[in-house]
Design a protein around this ligand. Structure first.
Ligand SMILES: [Zn+2]
Length: 588
């Protein structure tokens, strides 16, 4: 079907040209540049549709080929079905060691049906590379920071969602086969597309004793009958059969586990946390991400994309984990979250356990809990977008009515399957109809690029505020006996500290170091200066030439002092996992 459509558009495009003539570039520099996008990008990508795994790989390859000095394509591992989990590393590779720069990790699509996280991720890689030469702010960002972008961490089930009949909510799981109903068989009773239209919708049966009725405002929508009113239909769940004859319909679908309940932080067995699977990181795609993150201690911030609801979420996922989040880290989270609320109209900055639901073993919690990485999950797409807040929720009586009204007014009824009769082997004559899989969780074409851009901007500001460490000021003083006292102040001109309070408290990562070396000098003593005015210092007796530092605070400084026998010049070396590797030469 898809190939057929592609072929048709190929035939249609050359109208007005000589047949067979190749159009090299459809747009020229004479078009007036709309701000916020490259006018003549090296890689043309339509940001008004959704791409499957093969197309994602193709887009990643095109970006990497067009910008070899800014983008590199690799794979962090393989999915259950052997698909590469693509990684685009985006930075200025000509400046500094890329894996020593403060890093921002971004992934999408852990829940396979939550499709658009992959598009936002790829848009980010595309936007950064296309704008490096054009926008000073982007150039500075890529000179000093590195992005690790994994568009989909659930490629098998992404393709299942796209190419197989599904609801807007399935598969969600990955595709490791599991026996959901305990009958010894795996994945033997999934949905069934009774009319072959590619959508799994609802089943209803006429029933004078049923408690449901068509909504008087839009008969395509089913609503509950009033309490004192007879209904006309019984609802029978999602389109499907009892495939294995056990008296249940659709009870053992592909999967099922929830990949976002399987991470090795506050993991709970499935009788406590539904979908957690057999043990933490039993799911290979999650393990690949964790191993990549463990091998990249420069990752200081992370972002995962889900849908939907218009949320900027932080952990903890469970109330019993609140103490992990201490005050100084929360100030950083709040700063970034509130910034996000400005950029993302209709989105709210929320805490998972408090404002959403309890979830153990979530990705967002592992990143922060196990690695001290400031991490957000954005729930992309919000009902605010239907009528941009112009429609009073009270008037609509229910969110569903807005969904149907938007479908009628702006999608011209493309988003919903009208009720139609089918014969069902178990239920007899029934009707099927309702919301298509492409509607309600993913934006329609004309709103997708806006969503990509605004969410990307949120992550770019997060990356911008990763530590930027510099040798701020130096004072060299000659002392008697061929000694020199060297005072160095290292500053961080961004909001995120070089180590989060959580990782300092739990010693998750080694401390930062500030060192000094000089060919003509020997270090006699080294101090952390706590108060230069009152001359309060703390000496580091062992290896004074390399002073261990707890952290360089956000928008803050660290003051160190050495006594050296001899004289300069000296080299100052700042060595921080998440703050980067900086050297500065000073005269003495
Ligand atoms: Zn999700």
């Amino acid at each position: 079907m898809k190939k057929c459509i592609l072929l048709m558009s190929f035939i249609l495009i050359p109208l007005g040209f000589t047949y067979g003539q190749r159009v090299e570039k459809e747009f020229t520099t004479s078009s007036f540049k709309a701000l916020g996008a490259p006018n003549t990008p090296a890689v043309e990508i339509a940001w008004n549709r959704y791409y499957d795994w093969e197309e994602i790989g193709d887009i990643c390859r095109r970006i990497a080929r067009a910008y070899p000095d800014l983008a590199r394509l690799s794979s962090i591992g393989e999915s259950v079905q052997g698909k590469d989990i693509y990684l685009l590393t985006i930075t200025n590779f000509d400046q500094g060691d890329s894996d020593r720069k403060p890093g921002m990790y971004i992934d999408g699509n852990i829940h396979s049906n939550e499709l658009q996280g992959a598009e936002v991720s790829m848009y980010t890689a595309w936007f950064l590379t296309e704008n490096y030469d054009e926008v000073d702010w982007i150039r500075d960002l890529l000179d000093h920071k590195v992005f690790y972008i994994v568009p989909t961490i659930n490629p098998d089930a992404r393709d299942h969602y796209i190419h197989q009949p599904n609801t807007p909510h399935s598969p969600r799981s990955g595709l490791l086969p599991r026996d959901d109903d305990g009958d010894g068989l795996k994945d033997e009773d999934g949905y069934d597309d009774l009319d072959g239209d590619g959508n799994i919708v609802r089943m209803r049966k006429r029933d004078p004793n049923g408690r449901w009725k068509p909504d008087p405002e839009d008969p395509r929508l089913m609503v509950r009958a009033d309490q004192d009113e007879p209904g006309s239909y019984t609802m029978l769940g999602w389109e499907g059969l009892d495939n294995d004859g056990d008296g249940r319909v659709n009870e053992d679908r592909p999967g099922f586990y929830d990949p976002n309940r399987n991470w090795g932080w506050n993991w709970q067995p499935s009788y406590v946390q539904y979908g957690s699977d057999h043990y933490p990181f039993s799911i290979p795609e999650n393990r690949a991400v964790a191993e990549f993150v463990l091998a990249h201690p420069n990752i200081a911030a992370a972002q995962s994309y889900h849908n939907s609801g218009g949320m900027i979420l932080r952990g903890p996922g469970a109330e019993d984990d609140t103490e992990t989040f201490n005050r100084s880290d929360l100030e950083v989270y709040d700063f970034l979250g509130e910034l996000g609320e400005q950029m993302l109209p209709g989105y709210r900055y929320l805490v998972v356990y408090k404002d959403l639901y309890s979830a153990y073993g979530g990705e967002v919690d592992w990143f922060y809990g196990a690695r001290g990485i400031f991490t957000f999950t954005n729930e992309l797409w919000t009902s605010f977008n239907y009528f941009r807040g112009r429609w009073d929720e009270e008037d609509m009586r229910s969110g569903q009515r807005q969904v149907y009204r938007f479908d009628e007014l702006l999608l011209f009824k493309e988003g919903i399957v009208s009720w139609k009769k089918v014969q069902h082997p178990q239920y007899g004559e029934i009707e099927i109809g309702g919301i298509k899989k492409a509607w309600t969780r993913t934006p329609p074409s004309f709103m997708l690029e806006d969503m990509c851009h605004r969410n990307m901007a949120f992550t770019l500001y997060n990356a911008y505020h990763l530590p930027r460490l510099t040798v701020d000021s130096v004072a060299v003083k000659n002392l008697p006996g061929n000694l020199q006292q060297v005072d160095v102040i290292v500053s961080n001109s961004r909001v995120v500290p070089s180590r989060s309070a959580h990782e300092r408290r739990n010693e998750i990562t080694p401390p930062d170091h500030i060192g000094i070396s000089g060919e003509n000098a020997t270090v006699v003593a080294g101090f952390r200066v706590e108060d230069p005015y009152l001359n309060i210092t703390e000496e580091q007796p062992h290896h004074p030439e390399r002073l261990a530092i707890e952290s360089v605070p956000g928008m803050g400084t660290v003051h160190v002092r050495w006594l050296l026998f001899g004289q300069g010049p000296y080299t100052i070396i700042i060595d921080s996992n998440k703050g980067g590797h900086v050297t500065a030469r000073i005269e003495g």
